[in-house]
Design a protein around this ligand. Structure first.
Ligand SMILES: Nc1nc2c(ncn2[C@@H]2O[C@H](COP(=O)(O)OP(=O)(O)OP(=O)(O)O)[C@@H](O)[C@H]2O)c(=O)[nH]1
Ligand SMILES: [K+]
Ligand SMILES: [Mg+2]
Length: 345
């Protein structure tokens, strides 16, 4: 109720300030009217953020800690958006997919996981918008644990940051994510992981594991509902290192100087974008595509050209059996041989 009231009041203030574009619109408005409205709106925003943050506090209804949001995996890969509130996660989802996720100038606009699909080069990549992370998330504040467990089911995690904020935000986020086992900018551990449709879990190591063990990893896999897969560990990893690729996405570069953009863009693993001005979004999707290491496989009938609009997309390293499973569950069992053509690039 309280939230609704504040939202209504904010809407009433709209003739003076367009909420979604307050950064731009404020400058074009008469200074005086503007100042009072801005101040009033600022108070409302802060109040609203406080109430919405309360909605994110774990309750008995929100399920056991560490359980992710219940969103069905779909498409060829999953990418998750994680970051502090109001960095532009929902704006990005609405820009690059056909799904609209509500975006607004107040914090905690998004309260659950919202899936969308990026269609790129014949692949369908599921993009997951998530609630903002709060400081203290790793200790269970907000839906931090739920957000993180969902993010961990992704093949690539986009760490979204506000380019207009200081480096401090990155350090704080790093602290929170590190505490819950998402590694920032560390090289990928030497782990080979392959999903299967049957056969249970096969577990192999080429080194002695001193920081984690088979039982823990099997528990993690079960947590992700992965009951059929091959795992080969070739490095003495910690439990936390059992996670995938991260890209730092700096949004809102429309609001900083070119020099600053240039500096951020040179940081390792970073991509600079502006959702509002449509800057560099194509490049971001291309980077995601590269990080996913998807390969396209076209099937063809004898004497007929393959249908280039309908590839089977799989992660690099996929086997013929994976291809069969990508087509139909029953195919592998009856499969005798295949002819494979590979393009030079
Ligand atoms: N200047 C500028 N503002 C942006 C950009 N992208 C998003 N915004 C604004 O930032 C505010 C927050 O955007 P959201 O998409 O709601 O952010 P979010 O990260 O989903 O926020 P929560 O769901 O609350 O965690 C909105 O007012 C957007 O219009 C951008 O590229 N540049
Ligand atoms: K927001
Ligand atoms: Mg959002």
């Amino acid at each position: 109720m309280q939230i609704k009231e504040i939202e209504e009041e904010m809407a009433r203030s709209k003739p003076y300030v367009a909420l979604k574009h307050d950064f731009i619109d404020l400058q074009t408005l008469p200074a005086q009217k503007n100042k009072a409205t801005e101040y009033h709106l600022g108070l409302l925003k802060a109040k609203l953020a406080r109430y919405r943050a309360q909605l994110l506090e774990p309750t008995s209804k929100s399920g056991p800690a560490g359980t992710g949001f219940d969103v069905q995996k779909s498409g060829d890969a999953r990418v998750a958006l994680i970051g502090f509130p109001s960095v532009g996660k929902s704006t990005l989802l609405s820009k690059v997919t056909h799904t609209a996720s509500e975006a607004a100038a107040y914090e905690f606009t998004t309260l659950t996981a919202i899936p969308g699909v990026i269609e790129y080069k014949g692949a369908r990549i599921q993009l997951l918008d998530l609630p903002g992370i709060v400081e203290g998330a790793s200790q269970g504040r907000g839906r931090g644990r739920q957000v993180v467990s969902t993010a961990k089911t992704a093949d690539v995690i986009l760490i979204m940051l506000d380019a207009t904020k200081s480096d401090e935000q990155r350090r704080l986020l790093e602290y929170e994510l590190d505490a819950v086992g998402i590694r920032l900018n560390k090289s990928k551990p030497d782990v080979v992981f392959k999903r299967r449709t049957t056969g249970g879990i096969t577990f192999n190591t080429t080194v002695k594991l001193t920081k984690t063990d088979e039982k823990t990893i099997r528990t993690i896999l079960a947590g992700y509902k992965l009951h059929n897969c091959d795992v080969m560990i070739r490095e003495d990893i910690t439990t936390d290192e059992f996670i995938d690729v991260l890209i730092d996405v700096y949004n809102k570069i429309d609001a900083i100087s070119l020099e600053q953009v240039d500096k951020i863009a040179r940081q390792p693993h970073s991509v600079v974008i502006s959702c509002e001005m449509d800057l560099n979004l194509d490049y971001l999707i291309d980077r995601i595509w590269e990080e996913l290491r998807l390969v396209k496989i076209y099937t063809k009938k004898r004497g007929v050209h393959p249908d280039l609009d309908d590839p089977v997309c799989l992660r690099k390293g996929a086997t013929i059996e994976d291809v069969c499973n990508g087509i139909h569950r029953s195919l592998a069992a009856n499969f005798k041989y295949g002819l494979v053509w590979v393009s030079s690039r």
